[in-house]
Design a binder for this molecule. Structure first.
Ligand code: WTA
Length: 567
């Protein structure tokens, strides 16, 4: 029996108050996610249950009960409060997947701060634009990432506190820098929980668009309602599960389903803070007897590449349910996983903006490999005609994925950018920015994004950000960045550039430019290929035609080129 039971019955009788009741929340009550994920679980008598099994990159193991989680988050919360952090201050988390990252997330929410998690792999420029945009007041980081923070701190007058969770006293602390050690701090038994309302802001995740700087997607505490129920019905978590979400909390999957969903249900989760290898991952599943595994297509394709033999070296019989998110999950991957693990990966579709799973293959429902499945109960999904923005009823006809606004986890705005936020709505629909079609049983089939954003291994990269960073290199005159097909990551970043006079194309320069981007932005945003050109294709008004370069990479019809310069 699955948690959701009959999908059709759930759709018919759906009301979000199912989740509200289970969580003991009445409309108008306070609803603090931090409290729900720690204190409430202890009150339910589960203080001694393991909340987190953690394995570090050098193999060190730690485990924490829900009571440990409650105390650690109280301790960090009161440290932040003593520094003067007040509700709605932005507190950035800039750490590897160490326990302090997970605890600081809950701690920030407990005191009403807006938590801003960022990938620790970000270079200084990626970090800077996001901290500047958010007006971040405090950043919690580690020694190993401090140099990047120091490099930009002077340009961020609002950044008052830089908290280092593993300071060893051997390095001098500069202005604004504070040392905090969870192991040395006195555990705080009780703190006053910020009385968050349904619409109190909670998390600020940055996501990339085609133009302009990354956008801060602002979520509220009420998002818990969707995150809890989707975790229960899609990820099918139960009391005795050992859950592993492979996503980094710098990405929305790592917070909605790597922190909030499982902990609000009082479920034990595992974190592996090390790089990918098939052996390391299978060993981790075997060791912790993981039962539910939520991952991403790029990882699954990498596992496929590693082959069937390595699977046999490990005992993976604990697994009972698998799901995937972030990019198209090809039918072959679903069929392969069924063959080698005895379980198909169930595809789920959603976005930073939606805050929770929107479309998915539900446990117990007929799975069509390659399809994203159907909308979550209570979610009204459609495919819209791109010209009239009215729903398409004809099966197989491609249109724009859209949802009727109003589910609990939906973003409430883009930070400081209400214009961009309102552009997401047409005719009363929220436009996801993706294209898909419905088949004759109303399953969704993903076609592609409706913009130029590059989805590389599940991470969205803005061509604009990479182009801007390229222009800062002394040799680069012009640049255009597009996606290029890739077997494992589906898409990778490719840059076309023209050089300034005095520079000649060569391999060393290519490597140097790649590294320049990696350091400034991140390894994901780094072009995997750079092609030198004499001039870039442009429209008559001088706009670089990315579309044309993109089509060339994908071997597609080039389409309308009537506005091209060189015709
Ligand atoms: C893409 C991730 C195909 C899509 C939680 C979406 C997918 C964007 C799927 C959001 C899927 C996500 N199949 N494409 N199952 N899931 N996407 O904001 O383009 O990082 O709009 O959130 O990823 O990415 P984001």
């Amino acid at each position: 029996m699955t948690n959701i039971g009959s999908y059709h019955e759930r759709v018919r009788d759906f009301n979000w108050n199912i989740a509200e009741k289970e969580l003991g929340y009445n409309p108008g009550d306070t609803i603090n996610i931090g409290w729900y994920c720690s204190d409430r679980i202890c009150r339910m008598g589960l203080s001694d249950r393991i909340a987190l099994y953690h394995e570090g990159f050098s193999g060190e193991e730690r485990k924490y009960t829900f009571n440990d989680l409650r105390l650690a988050t109280n301790t960090i919360g009161s440290f932040l409060r003593d520094l003067g952090i007040v509700p709605e201050d932005r507190v950035c988390l800039f750490m590897d997947r160490i326990p302090e990252l997970y605890f600081s997330f809950i701690a920030g929410l407990k005191i009403g701060a807006i938590v801003q998690p960022l990938f620790s792999a970000f270079g200084d420029e990626s970090l800077f634009v996001r901290l500047e945009n958010a007006g971040t007041r405090a950043i919690i980081t580690q020694r190993k990432h401090l140099a990047k923070v120091r490099k930009i701190a002077d340009r961020l007058p609002g950044l008052e506190h830089i908290i280092i969770v593993d300071h060893r006293g051997d390095k001098e602390l500069l202005k604004g820098e504070k040392a905090f050690s969870l192991t040395e701090a006195t555990p705080v038994e009780e703190i006053e929980i910020f009385p968050a309302r349904a619409d109190s802001p909670s998390v600020l995740h940055y996501t990339s668009g085609t133009t302009g700087q990354p956008k801060g997607v602002r979520h509220v505490h009420y998002s818990l309602i969707s995150q809890y129920l989707t975790t229960k019905w899609v990820l099918d978590l139960r009391d005795d599960d050992i859950y592993w979400c492979t996503a980094d909390p710098g990405w929305v999957t790592g917070t909605s389903y790597g922190i909030i969903g499982p902990w609000s249900m009082g479920v034990t989760q595992c974190v592996l803070d090390s790089g990918f290898s098939a052996d390391a991952w299978y060993r981790f599943i075997e060791k912790y007897r993981i039962t539910m595994w939520y991952s991403a297509p790029t990882a699954i394709r990498s596992l496929m590449k590693a082959g069937d033999e390595v699977v046999k070296k490990y005992d993976l019989t604990s697994l009972r349910h698998l799901a995937s998110v972030g990019e198209p999950l090809n039918a072959e991957a679903v069929i392969w996983s069924e063959k080698v693990y005895g379980l198909p990966f169930l595809d789920t579709y959603w976005q930073t903006e939606t805050g929770s799973i929107m479309i998915s293959n539900f446990p117990g429902m007929k799975i069509k490999p390659g399809s994203m499945g159907k909308p979550f109960p209570g979610i009204e999904g459609v495919v819209l005609d791109p010209k009239t923005f009215t729903p398409i009823t004809e099966p197989g006809k491609v249109g724009l994925i859209a949802f009727k606004p109003g589910w609990p986890a939906m973003m409430t705005t883009y930070w400081n950018n209400p214009e961009k936020y309102s552009e997401k709505f047409v005719n009363g629909w929220y436009l996801a920015g993706d294209r898909a079609y419905l088949d004759n049983e109303e399953y969704y089939w993903f076609i592609g994004r409706d913009d130029d954003v590059i989805n590389t291994g599940g991470h969205l990269v803005s061509p604009f950000e990479v182009e801007s960073a390229l222009l800062e290199h002394e040799a680069v005159s012009e640049s255009a960045v597009v996606a290029k097909p890739d077997e494992v990551n589906m898409e990778v970043v490719k840059a076309f550039i023209t050089l300034k006079p005095g520079y000649t194309p060569n391999d060393d320069l290519e490597l140097e430019i790649m590294n320049f981007i990696r350091k400034k932005l991140s390894s994901l945003a780094m072009p995997q290929e750079i092609e030198y050109m004499d001039s870039l294709p442009k429209t008559r008004s001088g706009k670089i035609m990315r579309r044309l370069l993109h089509a060339r990479e994908w071997g597609e019809e080039i389409g309308d080129t009537s506005t091209l310069d060189d015709e």
